[in-house]
Write a protein that binds this ligand. Structure first.
Ligand code: ATP
Ligand code: MG
Length: 239
């Protein structure tokens, strides 16, 4: 459904992505692992066009994506993103956060958005928090709201950038649980995470990135039990 060929990205003199190729099938769950600074976040941001790639092509359903703002906006609406730091709007209630984009971008009427918002809050187990403000939620609750907010736009693809890294350990499970459920329902997902348990259990494919390149990819079993590359073994502490 989404693919990219030879993605390169440079910040000033620093080459951060050095030719990334990815072919993502509908319903596939891909987990990206790799050391700090290897370009994982930059890659996700390029996929979502939050960051313009230096060169390379990104195609959706076989159609190369142009850079006209109109088509980019449409595209961004089809891709949901969840960040490490939640990024909820602090001055809006939970429900306000969820209905903002669908109503503003006229994807739904306010009534439709409220109805959908309540369904999503039930799905992430937070129906009773609809009128609460974000600063009165735990980290895990904030992140579940952020997931519901992304889903409110009915995206075709969900990108997660270390969604549990800012959470106390006992709150990680509730967020991973929501993500597992989403995967089970067939959502196409790309997840950057250090949660190897999640990767083993949920990923169809694991990608190991280092220094702006995909070093190795395969099933969780391939990568975690039988990595071929020395760098992968080293990263996983198998050497
Ligand atoms: P982490 O695991 O720490 O989140 P990462 O794999 O997500 O790391 P990126 O955030 O993609 O890595 O960063 C890759 C490299 O690009 C780093 O060296 C970083 O300093 C640099 N970089 C990222 N964003 C920018 C920017 N906006 N301007 C300049 N350099 C940047
Ligand atoms: Mg990152």
């Amino acid at each position: 459904m989404i693919s990219c060929q030879s993605l390169f990205k440079t910040f000033n003199q620093l080459e951060v992505l050095k030719g990334i190729d990815l072919e993502l099938a509908e319903g596939e769950v891909v987990v990206i692992i790799g050391p700090s600074g290897s370009g994982k976040s930059t890659f996700l941001r390029c996929l979502n066009f939050l960051e313009a790639a230096g060169s390379g092509t990104i195609s959706i359903n076989g159609q190369a994506v142009g850079t006209k703002e109109g088509s980019l906006n449409k595209l961004r609406q089809d891709i949901g993103m969840v960040f490490q730091q939640f990024n909820l709007f602090p001055h809006m209630t939970v429900m306000g956060n969820i209905i903002e984009a669908p109503v503003l971008l006229k994807k739904m009427t306010k009534d439709q958005a409220l109805q959908k918002g309540m369904q999503l809050l039930k799905k992430v187990g937070l129906a009773e928090k609809a009128e609460e403000y974000p600063n009165r939620l735990s980290g895990g609750q904030k992140q579940r709201v952020a997931i519901a907010r992304a889903l409110a736009m009915e995206p075709k693809l969900m990108l997660f950038d270390e969604p549990t890294s800012a959470l106390d350990p006992e709150l990680v499970g509730e967020v991973l649980g929501v993500m597992k459920q989403l995967a089970k329902e067939g959502m196409t997902m790309v997840v950057v995470t250090h949660e190897m348990g999640f990767a083993r259990e949920v990923a169809d494919r694991v990608i190991f990135m280092d220094e702006g390149r995909i070093i190795e990819q395969g099933s969780p079993n391939d990568i975690f039990e039988n990595p071929k590359q020395e760098r992968t073994k080293e990263f996983l502490g198998l050497l």
